[in-house]
Design a protein around this ligand. Structure first.
Ligand code: HEM
Length: 329
């Protein structure tokens, strides 16, 4: 509970800073300086971290153990779980990134009597997927603030998202889905004792911060409308590098924006970097062609080996006498 408390405190500090800076009239700091600084930290931090990962030596192919690798023609292989070609790797990565395929295999364990019993557990996969897809669509929908004229496909996406026309303004399905996903992920962590035990400040903070962004966004859309024209002018100012301090965008927007900036600036130092890391994960991005190619660790010390051919040459007579099968007569 201490870790959750610290995360809640950090969120409260962000709200206080935003409200304090707004009432002190530091709008320029909140709407121009901090957003640019946060974006710079995000971009530099993200690229540096990925670059550092690309420098890590990966001398071996790391076969995923979940599928049969390419072997003899009559052994049925699993080209997606254990691909042996680049096309297979792309397929596996695609399924991982867009469908969280490995999480689909998630299991849970319970002790029944004296024995551990394993069962399938799909809820994490379902709500995880729901959350990530909704977040992506919401971020893409925000392009309407940054584009003039707004691209037709952004409007189409928003129209599909608000298809059921629930309420006025329309409730976006992704907003509801995002909240459902976040609520599940949060309660899973905060309530399940085993997960609570391993949860750190950073785990709670990530969820609470994104919850904060979503909640303030929803508040603006449905209860405390922001001046959307002023927001659009501000966003267009950012992208054209000619930002002007907006007048009266509202306190909820200021909190929304500061949460987003905090998320951006913290992102490269947090576990959220799994967004970039998944592409560098050797169990996902290496083809398992170990039976076709011999991969030698480049920094192995030279070892004098005695190959089977040499062994057979050396002991051919004795092997023949003993009736052992020979590769070369
Ligand atoms: C990680 C980035 C962001 C996330 C996850 C996010 C999330 C949300 C959500 C869930 C909503 C509720 C309504 C909707 O879905 O459109 C919303 C609304 C809103 N957001 Fe964001 N937001 C982000 C970044 C931003 C930025 C950078 C701006 C500044 C341009 C912004 C401005 C707004 C405004 C003005 C609304 C109210 C829209 C309306 O009244 O229709 N958001 N946001």
């Amino acid at each position: 509970m201490k870790n959750l408390g610290i995360s809640l405190f950090a969120i409260a500090v962000l709200v206080t800073v935003s409200v304090g800076a707004t009432s002190a009239g530091w709008s320029g700091l909140l709407t121009i300086v901090i957003p640019y600084a946060a974006l710079a930290v995000f971009l530099i931090g993200f690229v540096t971290r990925v670059f550092r990962w690309t420098k890590s030596p990966v001398p071996f192919r790391i076969p995923a153990t979940c599928g049969q690798q390419a072997s003899l023609p009559w052994i049925r292989r699993n080209p997606l779980d254990c691909p042996s070609s680049l096309a297979g790797v792309i397929g596996r990565m695609f399924m991982e990134v867009f469908l969280f395929r490995s999480l689909f295999r998630n299991t849970e364990m319970e002790i029944a009597g004296q024995r551990p019993v394993y069962g399938s557990a799909k809820w994490l996969w379902f709500f995880g997927l729901l959350f990530h897809w909704s977040l992506l669509i919401i971020v893409v929908r925000h392009l309407r603030f940054f584009l003039e004229p707004i691209a037709a496909w952004v409007n189409t996406l928003a129209a599909i998202d608000g298809f059921f026309e629930i309420g006025s303004p329309t409730l976006y399905l992704t907003d509801a889905a995002l909240l459902a996903g976040l609520t599940f992920l949060f309660f899973r962590r905060a309530v399940a004792p085993r997960l609570r035990y391993i949860s750190l400040v950073t785990d709670y903070f990530a969820l609470l911060l994104i919850m904060g962004v979503a909640t303030t966004g929803l508040l603006m859309r449905h209860f405390f409308p922001a001046d959307l024209l002023a927001v659009k002018n501000l966003a267009l100012g950012w992208v054209t590098f000619a930002p002007t301090i907006p007048k009266g965008v509202g306190p909820v927007f200021s909190i929304h924006l500061l949460f987003v900036c905090a998320l951006l600036a913290w992102f490269p130092f947090s576990k959220l970097m799994h967004m970039g890391g998944v592409f560098l994960s050797p169990t996902r991005n290496l083809a398992n062609d170990n039976r076709m190619n011999r991969h030698v660790n480049p920094w192995n010390a030279p070892v004098k080996v005695h190959t089977y051919e040499e062994y057979e040459d050396e002991f051919r007579d004795k092997m023949k006498l003993a009736g052992l099968p020979l590769e070369k007569e």
